[in-house]
Design a binder for this molecule. Structure first.
Ligand code: THU
Length: 135
Protein backbone atom coordinates (compact mmCIF):
# COMPACT_ATOMS: atom_id res chain seq x y z
CA UNK A 1 0.00 0.00 0.00
CA UNK A 2 1.67 3.22 -1.14
CA UNK A 3 -1.00 5.93 -1.13
CA UNK A 4 -4.20 6.85 0.64
CA UNK A 5 -7.25 4.81 -0.43
CA UNK A 6 -10.82 6.08 -0.45
CA UNK A 7 -12.11 6.51 3.10
CA UNK A 8 -14.73 3.78 2.55
CA UNK A 9 -11.94 1.28 1.87
CA UNK A 10 -10.36 1.87 5.25
CA UNK A 11 -11.34 -0.62 7.92
CA UNK A 12 -11.67 1.87 10.77
CA UNK A 13 -12.70 -0.54 13.54
CA UNK A 14 -9.27 -2.22 13.95
CA UNK A 15 -7.72 1.25 14.13
CA UNK A 16 -10.21 2.36 16.77
CA UNK A 17 -9.58 -0.88 18.71
CA UNK A 18 -5.81 -0.26 18.56
CA UNK A 19 -6.34 3.30 19.77
CA UNK A 20 -8.45 2.03 22.68
CA UNK A 21 -5.75 -0.52 23.55
CA UNK A 22 -3.10 2.23 23.45
CA UNK A 23 -5.31 4.42 25.63
CA UNK A 24 -5.14 1.66 28.26
CA UNK A 25 -1.38 2.29 28.52
CA UNK A 26 -1.77 6.06 29.02
CA UNK A 27 0.22 7.67 31.82
CA UNK A 28 -2.08 10.54 32.76
CA UNK A 29 -2.09 10.92 36.57
CA UNK A 30 -2.47 14.71 36.40
CA UNK A 31 -5.32 15.25 33.95
CA UNK A 32 -6.80 11.78 34.44
CA UNK A 33 -7.68 12.11 30.77
CA UNK A 34 -6.23 9.10 28.96
CA UNK A 35 -5.85 9.34 25.19
CA UNK A 36 -4.95 6.68 22.64
CA UNK A 37 -4.12 7.03 18.97
CA UNK A 38 -3.55 4.57 16.15
CA UNK A 39 -2.81 4.90 12.47
CA UNK A 40 -2.42 2.76 9.37
CA UNK A 41 0.87 3.29 7.54
CA UNK A 42 1.90 3.11 3.90
CA UNK A 43 3.55 -0.22 4.80
CA UNK A 44 0.17 -1.63 5.86
CA UNK A 45 1.13 -1.69 9.54
CA UNK A 46 -0.65 -0.11 12.49
CA UNK A 47 1.30 2.23 14.78
CA UNK A 48 -0.07 3.56 18.04
CA UNK A 49 0.59 5.79 21.00
CA UNK A 50 -0.78 7.12 24.27
CA UNK A 51 -0.38 10.36 26.18
CA UNK A 52 2.49 10.41 28.65
CA UNK A 53 2.18 13.19 31.22
CA UNK A 54 4.89 14.74 33.36
CA UNK A 55 5.00 16.57 36.70
CA UNK A 56 6.36 19.45 34.64
CA UNK A 57 2.98 19.69 32.92
CA UNK A 58 4.18 21.61 29.88
CA UNK A 59 6.36 18.76 28.68
CA UNK A 60 3.53 16.23 28.56
CA UNK A 61 3.63 14.09 25.41
CA UNK A 62 0.35 13.79 23.55
CA UNK A 63 -0.71 10.40 22.20
CA UNK A 64 0.19 11.60 18.70
CA UNK A 65 3.81 12.23 19.80
CA UNK A 66 4.03 8.69 21.09
CA UNK A 67 2.50 7.38 17.83
CA UNK A 68 4.97 9.31 15.66
CA UNK A 69 7.79 7.89 17.76
CA UNK A 70 6.45 4.38 17.08
CA UNK A 71 6.23 5.22 13.36
CA UNK A 72 9.77 6.53 13.03
CA UNK A 73 11.39 3.88 15.23
CA UNK A 74 9.52 0.82 13.96
CA UNK A 75 7.85 1.42 10.63
CA UNK A 76 9.51 4.21 8.69
CA UNK A 77 6.49 4.80 6.45
CA UNK A 78 3.90 7.54 6.22
CA UNK A 79 0.50 7.74 7.89
CA UNK A 80 -2.49 6.80 5.75
CA UNK A 81 -5.43 6.76 8.17
CA UNK A 82 -5.50 8.06 11.76
CA UNK A 83 -7.87 7.62 14.71
CA UNK A 84 -7.64 9.06 18.22
CA UNK A 85 -9.89 8.26 21.17
CA UNK A 86 -10.67 9.75 24.57
CA UNK A 87 -11.40 7.78 27.76
CA UNK A 88 -14.97 7.10 26.57
CA UNK A 89 -13.60 5.73 23.27
CA UNK A 90 -15.08 8.70 21.43
CA UNK A 91 -13.17 10.39 18.60
CA UNK A 92 -10.78 13.04 19.89
CA UNK A 93 -9.52 15.90 17.75
CA UNK A 94 -5.74 16.26 17.64
CA UNK A 95 -4.62 19.51 19.26
CA UNK A 96 -3.02 22.17 17.06
CA UNK A 97 0.53 21.09 17.81
CA UNK A 98 -0.31 17.48 17.00
CA UNK A 99 -1.93 18.40 13.69
CA UNK A 100 1.45 19.88 12.73
CA UNK A 101 3.19 16.75 13.99
CA UNK A 102 0.88 14.47 12.01
CA UNK A 103 1.20 16.63 8.88
CA UNK A 104 4.96 16.07 8.79
CA UNK A 105 4.51 12.29 8.75
CA UNK A 106 1.28 11.98 6.74
CA UNK A 107 0.96 10.63 3.22
CA UNK A 108 -0.76 13.33 1.11
CA UNK A 109 -4.50 13.09 1.74
CA UNK A 110 -4.14 11.14 5.00
CA UNK A 111 -7.57 10.38 6.40
CA UNK A 112 -8.42 11.43 9.93
CA UNK A 113 -11.47 10.30 11.91
CA UNK A 114 -12.72 13.58 13.29
CA UNK A 115 -15.67 14.37 15.54
CA UNK A 116 -17.52 15.50 12.40
CA UNK A 117 -16.64 12.57 10.16
CA UNK A 118 -13.67 11.52 8.04
CA UNK A 119 -11.50 14.47 6.98
CA UNK A 120 -8.10 14.79 5.34
CA UNK A 121 -5.05 16.10 7.16
CA UNK A 122 -5.02 19.06 4.74
CA UNK A 123 -8.54 19.99 5.88
CA UNK A 124 -7.36 19.84 9.48
CA UNK A 125 -4.34 22.07 8.83
CA UNK A 126 -5.03 24.34 5.83
CA UNK A 127 -2.10 26.11 4.16
CA UNK A 128 0.21 24.18 6.43
CA UNK A 129 3.84 25.00 7.02
CA UNK A 130 5.44 21.68 6.15
CA UNK A 131 8.70 20.19 4.91
CA UNK A 132 7.90 21.21 1.31
CA UNK A 133 8.16 24.88 2.35
CA UNK A 134 11.82 24.39 3.22
CA UNK A 135 12.84 23.04 -0.17
N1 THU B 1 -3.93 15.06 24.60
C1 THU B 1 -3.46 14.21 23.65
O1 THU B 1 -2.86 13.17 23.96
N2 THU B 1 -3.67 14.53 22.34
C2 THU B 1 -4.33 15.65 21.91
O2 THU B 1 -4.37 15.90 20.70
C3 THU B 1 -4.98 16.52 22.88
C4 THU B 1 -4.63 16.29 24.30
C5 THU B 1 -3.67 14.74 26.01
C6 THU B 1 -2.63 15.63 26.67
C7 THU B 1 -3.01 15.51 28.14
O3 THU B 1 -2.32 14.41 28.69
C8 THU B 1 -4.50 15.22 28.13
O4 THU B 1 -4.84 14.90 26.78
C9 THU B 1 -5.35 16.41 28.57
O5 THU B 1 -5.06 17.55 27.82
Amino acid sequence: MGSVPDSKQIDWQPLIDAAIEAMGKSYSPYSKYPVGAAALTTNGAVVSGCNIENASLGITLCAECSLVSDLVMNDGGKLVAFACVDRDSNALMPCGRCRQLLYEHAAPGMLLRSTSGIRTIEEMLPDAFGPERLS
